[in-house]
Ligand binder design. Structure first.
Ligand code: ADP
Ligand code: MG
Length: 635
């Protein structure tokens, strides 16, 4: 029998498979099963119109068997089968639709250099490479097939890149039997495991659980022996390995909460029930089914570098990728779920570009859906939303910040902040709606916790006017609103930084006069503090408190604190601090007194006041010993 040569392209792909260093060699089973399922689909559809097929839907099946002695794994189907010509053109060539695209990308020596190898892995991992992937695990592959409507069957055999043979053979029923002669185990590769019942069962569950036809195998289990008390016996039976109907293909009203939760917990290994589930279908530019879960707690590795966002991507019930990162934006990186789209192809023989395009459309639809579901939750189930926000609110705020405003419209109404007035969450919308007459700006203050912010001198001044203050307790908060610039036409004002414009004209005049009159003293005080502050000023906005620090310019004190903590921070980013002294506080009189009579003592007072202000603003005292000594001296 003459050996035939593969077409050049196929040979390349085959080479790639045979020498594959891909760690997920197990996907070969998924590829063969999905081919079998496709073949059954074809015959099934034929049977709907052609009675000569003589098959009912329930007759179709895929059968797997393993022979450890012979080291063979067999996958059979009773699908449409292949004629001799089809065997040759389908398995001897990959010169189909999109393969050209693939070829161009990989024209550079396929496995010669590391870069190319990396690329190989990408190709195998993302799209699978169909039938040829069997050569990752088998040294010889035999395909016996009888096509529907043919009298004879054919056997296609190949031991790899040097070609294949084709001959007539016996086969009773229509369909295809693929036999893999497994490679010998090496130090690094254990091919024998693919002959184990356990591995096969696992792989079918993992990749092919939702194939529409039963995947059967003869399995052996030990079961309690009914005749001998306390003893076990081996029992062999044909078992269906897959569950066939994917949860996401079922109708929502057929699925109980328990079912959703159980699926979540087993599929995404979480002990907790999810907080929410979003199950939806999309038809139109992209057709897909999807189940997306919002976990009730951050995944255990969420804050580690190892965490990977993404949704599992299926096409027609066959898993293509466990975590497709492109399907979810970073600000929703916490969601878990599954997308199944018939628009995607399992095989690379589809243009890669088109794949990307589809994925992008799906991702957009998913993004929109999650946003609208969260909005619904915020309106209809406040308690649940607050729970969600406690855990993942920071992500939403990062989304507003890091997308340079692009996403802010979709996300800004999902943000909440604690209010100083009642220590409860408010949205920006609610804050603005509740603004009393005369309030122009959205006031916020940064701090560790709402309780601490409530104690700030500036807070007292603002709340005294009847205005509420938003508590910015996460690092990202102030950055996020800077990105927003305004909400509903209202600007944001940091009460520790911006001119709050709370005083009447008369009050303003009085303050200016006071500052002018004290200019000489204030300048001298500023001199003693050096570069630590840009000015020392009297203020009328400190309520009953003596001092505080405020900042001028773009960078607030809190932003400076955050920036200095960031890896690779330079000292360049500094807030320009102003030491503010309450003009009506008794300490003001004392300062004037000392300025006239005891400059040395005034210098000490200045330093003490400055350090007090640092403490009030949540900064460390630069020299605690000196500070303590100065206070002790005073006492
Ligand atoms: P794809 O499935 O994307 O077309 P494959 O490399 O997996 O690519 O398979 C190549 C072709 O071989 C299939 O399109 C199909 O025509 C044929 N084929 C593979 N396996 C079978 C099978 N079990 N029964 C019938 N035809 C098959
Ligand atoms: Mg295929």
């Amino acid at each position: 029998m003459r050996k035939k040569q593969f077409k050049a392209e196929s040979k390349k792909l085959l080479d790639m498979m045979i020498n594959s260093i891909y760690t997920n060699k197990e996907i070969f089973l998924r590829e063969l099963i999905s081919n079998a399922s496709d073949a059954i689909d074809k015959l099934y559809f034929k049977s709907l119109t052609d009675t000569s097929v003589g098959m009912n839907k329930d007759d179709f099946e895929i059968f797997i068997s393993a022979d450890k002695e012979a080291r063979t794994l067999t996958i059979s189907d009773n699908g449409i089968g292949m004629t001799a010509d089809e065997l040759e053109s389908n398995l001897g060539t990959i010169a189909k639709s999109g393969s050209l695209n693939f070829k161009n990308e990989n024209d550079a020596e396929l496995t010669e250099n590391e870069d190319a190898k990396e690329k190989d892995i990408e190709v195998i991992g993302q799209f699978g490479v169909g039938f040829y992937s069997s050569f990752m695990v088998a040294k010889k592959v035999e395909v016996v097939s009888k096509a529907f409507g043919e009298d004879v069957a054919h056997k296609w055999t190949s031991e790899g890149a040097d070609g294949y043979t084709l001959e007539e053979c016996e086969k009773e029923n229509v369909g295809t039997v693929i036999t893999l002669y497994m490679k010998d185990d090496t130090e690094t590769e254990d091919y024998s495991r693919f002959l184990e019942q356990f591995t096969i069962t696992e792989l079918v569950k993992k990749y092919s659980d939702y194939i529409r036809y039963p995947i059967k195998m003869e399995t052996t289990h030990s079961v309690p022996d009914s005749e001998k008390e306390g003893e076990y016996k081996e029992e062999t039976a044909v078992e269906i390995l897959n569950s066939m109907v994917p949860l996401w293909r079922k109708n929502k009203n057929e699925i109980s909460t328990e079912e959703y939760n159980e699926f979540y917990k087993s599929r995404f290994t979480d002990y907790h029930d999810p907080l929410d589930v979003i199950h939806f279908k999309s038809e139109g530019t992209a057709t897909f089914d999807s189940i997306i879960y919002i976990p009730s707690a951050a995944p255990f590795d969420f804050y580690s570098k190892e965490y990977e966002k993404g949704l599992a991507l299926y096409t027609n019930g066959v898993m293509i990728m466990e975590k497709c990162a492109d399907l979810v934006p970073d600000y929703f990186s916490f969601v878990k779920g599954i997308v199944d789209s018939a628009d995607l192809n399992l095989n690379i023989s589809r243009e890669t570009l088109q794949q990307d395009h589809q994925v992008r459309i799906i991702a957009k639809a998913i993004d929109r859906k999650i946003k609208s579901e969260l909005k619904k939750m915020l309106t209809n189930d406040r308690e649940k939303y607050e729970k969600f926000f406690d855990v993942f609110g920071v992500q939403i705020k990062w989304g507003v910040y890091s997308n340079y405003g692009a996403e802010k419209d979709g996300l800004k109404d999902l943000m909440m902040f604690k209010s100083v007035k009642n220590n409860k969450y408010v949205t920006l919308k609610e804050y603005v709606e509740n603004m009393p007459e005369g309030q122009e700006k959205i006031y916020y203050a940064c701090g560790e916790a709402p309780e601490k912010i409530a104690l700030l001198p500036q807070t007292e001044a603002v709340t005294a006017k009847g205005f509420d203050v938003l508590c910015f307790t996460d690092d990202v908060d102030e950055f996020a609103v800077q990105m927003l610039m305004e909400y509903d036409g209202k600007q944001f004002a940091n009460i520790c930084k911006d001119d709050l414009n709370l005083s009447s004209d008369e009050e303003k005049k009085a303050l200016t006069e006071k500052n002018e009159a004290a200019k000489e003293m204030l300048d001298e005080m500023k001199g003693w503090l050096g570069d630590d502050v840009t000015a020392v000023k009297f203020s009328d906005q400190l309520g009953t408190h003596a001092v505080c620090l405020s900042s001028e310019g773009y960078v607030s004190l809190d932003m400076a604190k955050i920036l200095s903590r960031m890896p690779g921070a330079n000292d360049g980013v500094k807030a320009q601090l102003v030491l503010e002294i309450n003009k009506d506080h008794k300490v003001a009189e004392k300062l004037f007194d000392l300025f006239a009579n005891d400059k040395a003592q005034l210098e000490k007072y200045t330093k003490i006041l400055y350090n007090e202000a640092r403490l009030v603003s949540g900064l460390e005292v630069e020299n605690p010993t000196e500070f303590a000594d100065m206070i002790a001296d005073l006492m």
